[in-house]
Design a protein around this ligand. Sequence first.
Ligand code: OSB
Ligand code: MG
Length: 356
Amino acid sequence: MRFFETSFGRSYDRTFVLVRLRGGGVDGWGEAVADADPYYSSETTETVWHILTEFLAPLVVGRTFAEPADVWPALARVRGHNMAKAAVEMAAWDLHAKQLGVPLWRLLGGSGAPVASGVSIGIQDSIEQLEDRVAAERADGYQRIKIKIKPGWDLAPVEWLRARFGAMPLMADANAAYTLADTDRVGALDQFDLMMIEQPLGYDDLLDHATLQRALRTPLCLDESIVSPRVAEMALREQACRIINIKPGRMGGFLESRRVHDLCEQAAVPVWHGGMLESGIGRAHNLHLSTLPNFRLPGDIAASRRYYAEDLIEPPIEVSPDGTVPVPSDGPGIGVAVDHDRVARATLRHTEISSS
Ligand code: OSB
Ligand code: MG
């Protein structure tokens, strides 16, 4: 088992909440992307459990919705907690697609075409180790390499990779590890022609990102900061970034993600699909959404085998030699079969909520 390290820490395993919505004789699945620790976002596995069971479930269980787009507004009374909301909202989209017998991408307005995939490589113990990892991922076909950076692990690894691998599509993700005081250090990355620098500054520092973007040639991409269409609108208006990373978990689900996608499309700002180390269930959702037209850059949509020895779905999600990942099409909805035995073996806690 390999670790995954970002500027906020190293992780060896993953605990997450799955939602299974039942209706009309079919099941819809959702995966909450919150981590055990509140480091990427303020939500955790435990807050997701609490909010889902105490507050969100009562708003949806036993109710009839004309379409999945009606679920997000029904959750509006609960403030924040986008990852918990997304798990139930995305399960509703899967459920509805299955009830209609259509693939999820069709309901979302996507094309269902294979998705260009990049790969996210965590902070390593040495530059040599990083080089080995990059070489292996390139051999697997991934179309762009993203490395995690933080102060002290930034210029040297990027310079090394450029020297070793030349002009490959390369980007860096800082997960909010810098401040405007580091402008010169971040600016020094300009010479390496990165596709983008992702979330260099604080998660709520839209205006500082705008200041930094004016000082840089390299496009900035926002991840943590973009938690709603409203914030995306402000980021676009203030030119805080030139690219946006869409993660439906961070945005509260598909409806809000699609709104951000559309806003960016109107502003001629490309988006790409981020990842949260999801299991095959969450990854399947991501693939369907990634086939909307303004997803114009490779996503963090790598094979689930990179993170999990044994996935929750059958067959696993794999990358093709050309660096694309086919959208799962083994049935309607998310198009993957959930391995119920595997889920049962991994289950730490379980509850069932029915309408009374
Ligand atoms: O910032 O994109 C991020 C993983 C966990 C939390 C935040 C991030 C990431 C990744 C991994 O970069 C993307 C993936 O392959 O799922
Ligand atoms: Mg990121």
